[in-house]
Write a protein that binds this ligand. Structure first.
Ligand code: CO
Length: 360
């Protein structure tokens, strides 16, 4: 389906570090406006779409975050180089010698994190990593005044990786930045589109959240708007299927089906909901992969801890190399995640949700 590929490409390319999700919001709004019964923003900028009657029973909350890991302008040196702060977790070695885009009041500004040439680095230091405090972005400015006045750069301006979508050699694999969590945002849009076309679902709220990468902040506020009975968070998973990784770190493989998190540092999923999802997957003959991650953190945990507690799962599109300039997902996983989530939601009737919510 070229439409879905185009949507994912557009979402991946959009500039949207935490707190500056505007470009992504425009896409989500355009896609969800014709689908949803109501579309509203919360006070922090998350976009919340409703499908079905207000105060319907049950109320199902879907979430996916619009922001991506990036940087922020901290200050400009007298010589015109931009010093920065990280927004969300990236390895220092993922930052150096990359291209970046700074969104300024005067438009988009290109830059590159410069790296010392090997010619001037002593032999014994050549295998050492550069630390982010040593780094800067070269925007081609002659001075601080030039950067601030001609280019419009100000402290606080958001900086995103400059990395365009790419089909990985005619495969079903999509390479691009920000699959965390634009894969989830695309998934949520397609699920809502499917639900609109099919009868038999409760009231579904889809929250495209902001500021996840700096502490799940948009999910916190948007859950107040929804008051869900049950939650499904859509995320990019963590693949452990390339050289140098192992199963003890991450268990998902790309191309082997959607992932279901059983542990991350922010949330334990509801196991009745896990089993319900697995039953539906079995019926549809969709393979599901588990992932048990020591670190990580995701919006589902904010839904889980709202209003006295809510059963939640985190459903993923397995992703290689997340939180870097270029990550990789499989279109097959994406499509199967759409189908699985759609059918799970359609089967979450009032009695099923009540059963999942009950403690025996
Ligand atoms: Co994420």
């Amino acid at each position: 389906m070229p439409r879905v590929q185009r949507l994912l490409e557009e979402l991946s390319n959009a500039h949207g570090p935490s707190g500056s999700e505007g470009q992504v919001r425009v896409i989500v709004q355009r896609e969800l406006f014709p689908i949803a019964d109501e579309l509203e923003s919360d006070g922090l900028g998350s976009l919340i779409a409703r499908l079905g009657p207000r105060n319907g029973s049950p109320t199902i909350m879907l979430a996916a975050h619009m922001d991506e890991v990036g940087l922020m302008v901290r200050y400009v040196t007298p010589e015109g180089f931009v010093k920065f702060l990280g927004l969300g977790g990236m390895l220092d070695q993922a930052l150096i010698n990359q291209r970046w885009v700074i969104a300024t009041r005067k438009g988009m500004v290109n830059g590159v994190t410069g790296i010392k040439t090997t010619h001037v680095v002593p032999l014994e230091a050549r295998s050492q990593l550069f630390r982010r405090e040593q780094m800067f972005i070269d925007v081609g400015a002659a001075s601080k005044e030039d950067a601030e006045e001609r280019l419009g750069i100000r402290p606080g301006d958001p900086i995103a990786p400059d990395s365009r979508f790419m089909l990985l050699n005619d495969s079903k694999l999509y390479a691009g930045k920000a699959w965390d969590d634009r894969a989830g945002v695309g998934l949520m849009i397609e699920v809502l589109r499917n639900l609109r076309e099919r009868a038999g679902h409760g009231t579904v709220y889809a929250a495209a959240t902001v500021q996840e990468e700096v502490g799940l902040r948009g999910a916190h506020t948007s859950t107040f708007k929804v008051h869900p009975d049950i939650g499904i968070n859509f995320e990019s998973g963590v693949a452990g299927d390339y050289p140098g990784t192992n199963q003890d770190e991450a268990q998902e493989k790309i191309g082997a089906g959607p992932g279901l998190f059983l542990h991350d540092s922010s949330m334990l999923p509801n196991l009745k909901l896990r089993d319900f999802v697995l039953d539906v997957a079995k019926e549809l003959e969709i393979p599901v992969q588990f992932n048990v991650i020591a670190g990580y953190g995701q919006d589902g945990s904010e839904i889980q801890r709202s209003y006295g507690g809510t059963p939640v799962i985190n459903l993923t599109v397995p992703t290689r190399y997340l939180h870097s300039h270029t990550s990789v997902i499989s279109r097959n996983d994406f499509d199967r995640a759409v189908r699985l989530a759609t059918e799970v939601i359609r089967r979450l009737d009032a009695a099923t949700v009540e059963r999942i919510r009950r403690f025996e």
